[in-house]
Structures are given as C-alpha cells and as structure tokens.
Design a protein around this ligand. Structure first.
Ligand SMILES: NC(=O)c1ccc[n+]([C@@H]2O[C@H](COP(=O)([O-])OP(=O)(O)OC[C@H]3O[C@@H](n4cnc5c(N)ncnc54)[C@H](O)[C@@H]3O)[C@@H](O)[C@H]2O)c1
Ligand SMILES: N[C@@H](CCO)C(=O)O
Length: 600
C-alpha cells in the first residue's frame, strides 16, 4: 500500500512523551467500559504522557448500523453506508470524553474534520492519507488527552471508512504522523498468541513478533492494513489488555515467546463508603476476577446497604472489615482517630495501604513510610493532594531530575468552589452547604474554610518537593471566613479573582517557607481560570515553570487517583521487575511539555 506521506510536525509542538492508545470494541461492550478505559488513560497521564485515545464503536454497534442501513437502503450506495456506520465511532468518542470529564482528566474530543484527517479510496475500504498534526499537537497546550473516533476519515466527497478493524489503522497512522513514542492497541487479550487463547487452552503468548509473522499469527486480531502500514513507517505496535502488565510488541525484531500470567484476584478491604469510598468500590466491582471485596467498614451499615450494589456488604466492625488477610487496604473514612490507628496497624500486619487521608499522612508521614518499608509493603496516597490531578506525581518526577525552587497551587476544591460562589454573591453558609452536597467538603468543612486541609496537603507536598518535614501546625493559614462581602465586591470590581493559594519555597538558609493564603489574582494568572472544584499547581525550576490542572475533589476524580494506586500495586505485585525498570523521564529535559502545561 503506497500512500503519500506526511511531513513530520514541528518538533517544538510535540510533547516529550506521547502515546496513542486504541480502545477496540472487544473492550467497549457497554457504557460502563468507558470508565475502565479512562483508568488506563489516566495511568499514562499520571506517568507524564500525553495521550491520543482512538476509539472504536461499542461492540455490535457497527454491525447494527450496517444492518439497519441495508434494511432501509436495500442496495444503497456505499458512500451513504459509510456516512451511517461512522456514527458508532462518533458516539463512542463522545462517551469516552464524558467518562474522562467525570474523572476530571483534561481532554478534548475531536472529529476527523477538526484534525484535518483525510482519506481516499473506496467508501468502505479507504486509507488515511493525511492529518494536520500541528493542529492536533497544539491542542495539548490545554489538555492531556485527545479523543479521536477511529475507523473513518474525510474523503473528497464525504466520510469514508477504513474496513473492518480500521480503528487499528487510525491508531497506527496517528502514531506515525504525530511522532508518538508508541501505539498501544487495547484488546481483550494481553497480546498475540499462537492461537486464540479463548478457544485453545495451551495457546502461547508472544513477547515480540516481527510484522510479517504478526500478520500471519494474529489472524485479524490486529488489522492487516494496520500491520502493513506500521511496517512501512517503522511504527512499533503494542498489543495489550486493560490493566494487565504484559503486551506483545510488533516491530522489526526477532520473534520471542513470552510468559503466561496467572492472575489471582487480590483481596481488598475498603474502609469507608462515602464520597470517595463509594467511587472506589464501584471501580473495584467493575473488575470482577481481579479483586474480591471484604465487607466495607462504615458507621451505619443499614444506611449504606439500602440501594448499594448487591455484591457489597457493610459492617461497623473494623475486625470484620479487615478479616481474611487482605492484600490491600483502602482507607477512606477520614479523620485522625480510627483512621490513624488502622493505617499503622494494617501496614504492620502486612497489607499494602492506599489512603486518601491527607490529615493522617501529614501527621504520620515518617512512621507510615517506616512501617511500609519494614514490612515490604506499598504505601500510596496520590489522592491526598489534588484529587485526580497528578500533582504529587509531577512533584516526584521533577524533584527526581531537577531542583524545585517553589510550588504554589490551588489545593482545596471546596475553597475554590466557595470563592467562586461568593464572587457571585452567594452567602458563605449556602456555598459551603452546596460543596458538602457535592461531596467536596471535609466531614467538618471548617478544615477546608480555615485552610487546614490545604495545610495538610502542603505538608505532604513539601516533604516530596524538598525533603523537609513540616508539621501542618507550622503552616500559617488565612481563613475564607475572614473575607468580608465588601472586600469580595471590591476585588470583583477590579476584575481580579480570589483564590486560596498554598505555597512553599526554599529559603536562603536551606529551609522551607510554607503558607496558605487568600490572594487576589489577575485574570491571566494560570491559576485564576480554575473553576468550581478545580485544583492546579505551578512548579518553579531553574529551567522554567510547569503547571498541572484538573478536578481536585469529589467522588470520581478522587476515586480515579485511589484506583490508579490500587492498579499500580496489582501490577507491581504481578511483575515487580518490570515496574521497577519503568522510570518516567524528566518532562523538561528536552524543553518540551508533558502531561501538564508549561506556562512560562
Ligand atoms: N471528598 C473528596 O473530594 C476527597 C478528596 C480527596 C481526599 N478525601 C479524603 O478522603 C477521606 C474520605 O472523604 P469522604 O469525602 O469520602 O468522606 P465521607 O464522610 O463522605 O465518607 C466517610 C465514610 O467513612 C465512614 N466512617 C467514617 N468514620 C467512621 C468510623 N469511625 N467507623 C466506621 N466508619 C466510618 C462513613 O460511614 C462513610 O461511609 C477523607 O480523609 C478526605 O479528606 C476526600
Ligand atoms: N475537602 C477537600 C477534598 C479533596 O482533598 C477539598 O475540598 O479539596
């Protein structure tokens, strides 16, 4: 297949790390599966990659559209059929965008005409011929993920489709034209096997295959046209399954057989079933066979049982909730009483701990890390800062490679939401009540309003950024309740916006200064545009400033971060060596952007 090739986009537009992920119909069976795809996308985003997510239609949708098209048209033109069947991918892309938005992952859904995605050939078996790569890459200045419908492009006389399995071809072409580091085709099997593993019990998985062998063995698992095109353009394809650590690489390589992987479900104990815990339980239940759940610890089991999923049971007895030697304990009860005691004891007893509780991590940072180390267990707390915004991951990544000078951020979603409401004249009490209803606020919302929640987060952040231990009480905090209606009106009048800013920086004597303050920002300040529960952080390095933004509170963004921690632990448990060797690169080392925005 000889096609006119595209000029490579300007390298300055290309993010440092870019991957194309393709989600096929074999993993998109039902609307709930978009949340599972979002977890996979988020995993890459928090490792510092920008993602192009190319989606197929939901399983069965394309056949149904062909069926109804043929019924209505009875021998109608292929051009009209192509126009009809592409609707499956258009719908799927919009659903993917909605799932990402729910989790607070900054993303844009683009149709082929918005990306200059051109095609030519037969209406139902066309090839892609070009993409406006610079236009696509520029969108990464404001989002981490671009969602694109696969399977079709814009022909000279209207939309044309790429043949069955054509979304694989879309993904390979995007990887080539955008200069992506890799393209990962997500299927319902974790690679190419000697035979279909669903039908042949002793089918063997390949770790890597060359293109010709892959075309022969894969028997349609990967579209033939996509393999041919990848070979022509030297695009390395990975065939992988959702959440499983293995993949088959298809490249100009020697064939190599891979290991089999038996996945035993991990036992998970979830403590708490409130705003965060209920979201985490929903994600765990959406992965049957991978996790078994203990009874969930709550204050009032009867209240939680009504309307909950049938697979869930509840208890108010911590011993029952933690029975059966769970592999992972997820703490979402909050507070520094029971939660603090249990966090230490579960590590001592040999479980991995994933927690959303910043108050406990801020207070017991050293003790919890020591216990995790002593017992060879993981301690994860991504959700303690920024909800679903990977602030801690970015701080870790930069601190590993560079000298962080200062960090400032909006770290409390409730305050950001409340300040927005106050600016519109809503009284403080009503704004706080609404933040509680939306699941953003702490059990005692004065922790949000008085800056104490932001101080807990800042204490953890300072530790990661500068390695300096600060007790949250050492961080001076300004309270939102000190803002008078007159001051808010005056700031509004000047066209400024109030934000609660948590900031920290190194001092000349090698110490660290940290505080939480209410600041009036000019509208063009990078943090000024954060609305509602938005969180964000700006990190200053000698080489420039990097920012990261998204949704910082609420069920789904927070559960996304907690679940990503759980999935990381499962992956590391299955393949410890592979996880250890995967260290993300420094996003500033090539002067390019990462899963965050370079703002200065
Ligand atoms: N809500 C958010 O947006 C968000 C974001 C990031 C982190 N967090 C943190 O996550 C944790 C939970 O927050 P949430 O908003 O889900 O709280 P929540 O009040 O909505 O839920 C708490 C849950 O824990 C249970 N619980 C509380 N105390 C208990 C006790 N002593 N014994 C048994 N069960 C008990 C409750 O029954 C409830 O199911 C907190 O540490 C919070 O700071 C919350
Ligand atoms: N109460 C916290 C929850 C997220 O940590 C907030 O509003 O930011």
């Amino acid at each position: 297949m000889a096609l006119p090739d595209q000029p490579q986009p300007d390298q300055a537009d290309r993010p440092l790390k870019l991957c194309v992920l393709k989600f096929g119909s074999s993993v998109l069976f039902k609307p709930d599966d978009y949340a599972r795809a979002a977890h996979e996308i988020y995993r890459h985003v928090r490792a510092g990659e920008k993602v192009v997510a190319v989606v197929s239609a939901l399983d069965g949708e394309t056949d149904a559209l062909f069926g109804v098209g043929n019924d209505v048209g009875q021998g109608c033109s292929d051009a009209l059929l192509a126009r009809l069947v592409r609707c499956g991918e258009l719908k799927s892309a919009a659903l993917m965008g909605l799932a990402l938005e729910r989790s607070g992952i900054p993303s844009a859904v683009l149709d082929p005409h918005e990306m200059g995605l051109r095609a030519e050939g037969e209406a139902l078996d066309a090839n892609l011929t070009g993409l406006d790569a610079s236009r696509v890459l520029k969108r990464f200045a404001s989002v981490d993920v671009i969602v694109a419908p696969g399977f079709f492009g814009e022909g000279a006389d209207g939309p044309v489709t790429l043949g069955r399995g054509g979304t694989d071809l879309t993904a390979v072409e995007f990887a080539h034209w955008l200069g992506a580091d890799r393209v990962r085709l997500i299927k319902d099997v974790d690679g190419v096997y000697t035979d279909d593993p669903a039908k042949v019990a002793n089918a063997k998985r390949f770790d890597q295959l060359d293109y010709d062998e892959a075309a022969r063995v894969s028997r349609g698992l990967v579209q033939d046209k996509a393999i041919t095109r990848a070979k022509e353009q030297d695009v390395v394809i990975e065939v992988a399954a959702l959440g499983r650590p293995y993949a088959t690489r298809i490249a100009a390589v020697e064939q190599r057989a891979g290991d089999g992987l038996e996945m035993k479900p991990m036992r998970v104990a979830v403590l708490g079933h409130g705003a965060v815990g209920a979201g985490v339980c929903a994600h765990l239940l959406a992965h049957p066979g991978r996790f078994t759940l203990n009874p969930v610890l709550v204050r009032d089991p009867a209240q939680h049982s009504a309307g909950a999923a049938a697979e869930l049971s509840f208890t108010d007895d911590p011993a029952r909730a933690l029975g059966g030697e769970p592999d992972i304990v997820v703490e979402t009860i909050g507070g520094t009483g029971l939660a603090r005691a249990l966090s230490q004891s579960v590590l001592r007893e040999g479980a991995h701990l994933v927690t959303a509780n910043k108050a406990v991590v801020a207070l017991d940072f050293d003790r919890l890390h020591e216990l995790a180390e002593e017992n060879g267990r993981s301690l994860r707390y991504s959700a303690t800062i920024g909800g679903g915004v990977p602030i801690l991951e970015l701080v870790d990544l930069l601190a590993r490679h560079d000298t962080l000078l200062s960090v400032e951020g909006v770290l409390n979603g409730t305050c950001n939401f409340v300040l927005g409401q106050l600016g519109q004249g809503v009284p403080l009490a009503a704004a706080v009540a609404e933040a509680q209803r939306l699941g953003f606020a702490e059990a005692d919302p004065s922790a949000d309003i008085d800056g104490l929640d932001a101080a807990d987060k800042l204490a953890i952040l300072v530790r990661h950024a500068f390695g300096v231990a600060l007790h949250p009480d050492q961080i001076a905090c300004e309270s939102l309740s000190d803002l008078s209606a007159e001051r808010i009106a005056a700031v509004n009048e000047e066209g400024l916006v109030f934000k609660q800013i948590a900031c920290c920086s190194t001092t000349a004597d090698g110490g660290v200064e940290a505080r939480v303050e209410i600041r009036a920002l000019a509208p063009d300040h990078p943090l000024a545009g954060l609305v509602n529960e938005g969180n964000g952080a700006l990190l200053d390095l000698p080489s420039g400033q990097v920012g990261v933004f998204g949704k910082g509170a609420g069920r789904w963004p927070t559960a996304e971060a907690v679940f990503a921690d759980i999935m990381d632990i499962q992956r590391e448990t299955l393949l410890p060596a592979q996880s250890a060797s995967h260290q993300p690169e420094n996003p500033l080392s090539h002067g390019r952007q990462m899963s965050s925005r370079t703002v200065a």
